[in-house]
Design a binder for this molecule. Structure first.
Ligand code: HEC
Length: 201
């Protein structure tokens, strides 16, 4: 191979190596230059996994009275002043006993089997436009508010990691265990809404 040609090939090869390395770098840590590492505080706020039996609930507490303020400021615009729902947010109060009817109304009171799951859902997902922004205290308080408006607890009852798991939801036994072997014994199936008879675990 003539020397000149060899040099050309060598330079082209070198170019590929350098370009490849540059590309790999921009691809890994400089991708589009977006984002930032999460702060310890942000990780702590989101690193909460709550099981139906209350395992994993963080410290904190709140009453319905405290929750009323949180609800008015952060929830009412979408869910209505009294949880009656609006085009922006689902109904959260009422509907007990309606699930097996032709017009089932699924709310916190009529549908959710565990108060702890309501807590977890709100803490994770609500307000819809700012998910994950509620403190543990505000989440206990607004959960207490919704339980109270659904006539499940008294206005004065303090909700915390001890009391919340003890709240018995009206539809607690309205679910049937999922019989599929790959789903696991503890799983609950929602059935088709017509399972009036309960099979408590
Ligand atoms: C911007 C509108 C908006 C705001 C603000 C908002 N929500 Fe929601 N919320 C929704 C929508 C829409 C859904 C239905 C989401 C879905 O089905 O995926 C929902 C669902 C829920 C549910 C589940 C309802 C069910 O039975 O399935 C709960 C509980 C709830 N929100 C509580 C709250 C609380 C508490 C706040 C205030 C801290 C809040 N939301 C603020 C729009 C909103």
């Amino acid at each position: 191979m003539p020397r000149k040609m060899f040099r050309k090939i060598f330079l082209v090869a070198l170019c590929f190596v350098v370009c490849g390395a540059l590309h790999a770098q921009t691809g890994s840590d400089k991708q589009a230059g977006l984002g930032r590492p999460a702060s310890a505080e942000e990780v702590k706020q989101r690193d909460v996994t709550t099981l139906p039996n209350g395992a994993g609930l963080p410290d904190g507490k709140g009453t319905a009275a405290q929750g009323e303020t949180v609800y008015r400021d952060k929830c009412a615009a979408c869910h209505g002043p009294n949880g009656e729902g609006s085009p922006q947010g689902t109904q959260l109060v009422g509907g007990v006993g309606s699930l097996a009817s032709d017009n089932p109304v699924r709310t916190v009171g009529s549908y959710w089997p565990y108060a702890t799951s309501v807590w977890d859902y709100i803490h994770r997902a609500m307000p819809l436009n700012q998910p994950g922004s509620l403190s543990a205290d505000d989440t206990y308080a607004v959960t207490a508010f919704l339980l109270n408006r659904n006539k499940i607890i008294e206005a004065s009852e303090v909700m915390d990691k001890e009391s919340l798991p003890k709240v018995r939801m009206p539809n607690r036994d309205g679910f049937i265990p999922d019989a599929r072997p790959d789903v696991g014994k503890g799983s609950l199936s929602t059935g088709n809404g017509k399972n009036k008879k309960s099979q408590a675990r």
